[in-house]
Design a protein around this ligand. Structure first.
Ligand SMILES: NC(=O)c1ccc[n+]([C@@H]2O[C@H](COP(=O)([O-])OP(=O)(O)OC[C@H]3O[C@@H](n4cnc5c(N)ncnc54)[C@H](OP(=O)(O)O)[C@@H]3O)[C@@H](O)[C@H]2O)c1
Length: 296
C-alpha cells in the first residue's frame, strides 16, 4: 500500500450526535511514554507533538484522550492542547472520566460527586469551555453504581459542560441502563480479532441502534497496555502479505469492516505507524479473508 496518499477519510464518516467524524481517528494513550502509565520514561516531546499535528494534517478529526494519560513529564491533554490549539472547527476530542490518577500516578475511582472535578480537569488541560464527548469508564459488573455516575454526568451535560455522552468498558445491560438516563453516542470497549461473543454482542447492539462502537486494543490485542509486538497469528500474517500490508493494518481493517458504526482510534507515538494506520482505512478485506480472521 502507498500510505502517504491515504488520509483519515478513506474509511468514511460517522455521526457522534451532531458531530461528524472520520471513522479513522487517533488514540492519545501512547503519546506520553514507553508504557502508557509508565511514570519513568517520558516520550520525546517534539516527536509526540509532531504525531498529533501530522494526524490532523492527514484528516484525523476524532482524538481519544484522558486526563489520566500521563507519564512523569508528559500529559496527553497538554500535548494535544500545545500541538493543536486553537483547535480546528471539525476536531472532536473525546475524553473519559471515572478513573483518576493522583500526581504520583496512583489510581483512584471517582464517586458521582467527584466527576465534575474530573470533567473540569479535562477542560483546563485541553483549554476548552466544553467537552465534545465524555465517556464514563466502567470498572465493575454492577449496573446501579454505573448508572448513578452516568446520571451525574448527564447533569453536567445539561449544564453545558459536555456536548455528548458515551460509555466505556460497559456491558449490554449497563449500556441499556445508561440510555434510560440520557442519550449515548458511543461505546468504547475492548474489541479486535479474537473478540468474545459478549464483546461482539455489544458491537451488534450498537449497530442496530446507530450508536458508534469504538474499540480499544484493536492492534495491541492480548498485549493490552503492554502494546503490540507479541507473536502474530499466521492468518493475519498471510492476509497482510497478500495485500502488501502490515499485521496492524489487517487488524484495523478487520475492525472497521465489522460495521459502518465502528470507529478506529489506533494509538501510537510513532509517526510512521500513524501514517500506516491511517492507510488501513483504504484496505478492503475479502469475505473469505474476513471469515478466516473471524475464526481466530
Ligand atoms: N476506554 C478504555 O478503557 C481504553 C483502554 C485502552 C485504550 N483506550 C484508548 O484506545 C486507544 C487505542 O488503544 P491502544 O493505544 O491501547 O492500543 P492499540 O491502538 O490497539 O495499539 C497500540 C499499540 O500498538 C503499537 N502500534 C500502533 N500502530 C502500530 C503499527 N502500525 N505497527 C506496529 N505497532 C503499532 C503501538 O506502539 P507504537 O507507539 O510504537 O506505535 C502500541 O504499542 C488508546 O490510545 C486510548 O486512547 C481506551
Amino acid at each position: 500500500m502507498t500510505p502517504q496518499t491515504i488520509t483519515a477519510s478513506s474509511a468514511g464518516t460517522w455521526q457522534l450526535g451532531d458531530l461528524t467524524v472520520n471513522r479513522l481517528g487517533f488514540g492519545a494513550m501512547r503519546l506520553t511514554g514507553s508504557g502508557p502509565f509508565d511514570l519513568g520514561t517520558p516520550s520525546e516531546r517534539e516527536r509526540a507533538l509532531g504525531v498529533l499535528r501530522r494526524a490532523v494534517e492527514l484528516g484525523v478529526n476524532h482524538i481519544d484522550t484522558a486526563a489520566f494519560y500521563f507519564s512523569s513529564l508528559r500529559s496527553a491533554n497538554e500535548l494535544i492542547n500545545t500541538a493543536l490549539a486553537p483547535y480546528p472547527e471539525d476536531l472532536v476530542i473525546t475524553t473519559k472520566v471515572g478513573p483518576g490518577r493522583d500526581s504520583g500516578g496512583e489510581w483512584w475511582w471517582a464517586e458521582p460527586a467527584q466527576l465534575r472535578g474530573q470533567v473540569e480537569e479535562n477542560l483546563r488541560q485541553l483549554g476548552r469551555d466544553h467537552l465534545d464527548v465524555v465517556n464514563l469508564r466502567n470498572n465493575r459488573p454492577a449496573v446501579e453504581p454505573f448508572v448513578e455516575r452516568f446520571g451525574a454526568l448527564a447533569e453536567l451535560r445539561e449544564a453545558g459542560l459536555i456536548r455528548h455522552l458515551g460509555v466505556s468498558n460497559a456491558s449490554a445491560e449497563q449500556l441499556a441502563a445508561a440510555q434510560a438516563v440520557a442519550p449515548v453516542v458511543c461505546v468504547q470497549n475492548r474489541f479486535g480479532i479474537g473478540a468474545t461473543a459478549e464483546q461482539r454482542e455489544v458491537l451488534r447492539i450498537c449497530g442496530e441502534q446507530g450508536v458508534a462502537f469504538v474499540p480499544f486494543f484493536a492492534i495491541a490485542g492480548e498485549g493490552r497496555e503492554g502494546g503490540a509486538g507479541g507473536a502474530e497469528d499466521q492468518a493475519v500474517l498471510d492476509i497482510a502479505a497478500a495485500h502488501g500490508a502490515s499485521a496492524a493494518q489487517v487488524r484495523l481493517a478487520w475492525t472497521l469492516q465489522q460495521g459502518p458504526h465502528v470507529l478506529a482510534i489506533p494509538g501510537t507515538g510513532n509517526p510512521d505507524h500513524l501514517v500506516e494506520n491511517l492507510a488501513a482505512g483504504a484496505l478492503r478485506l475479502t469475505g473469505e479473508e474476513l471469515a478466516r480472521l473471524d475464526a481466530i
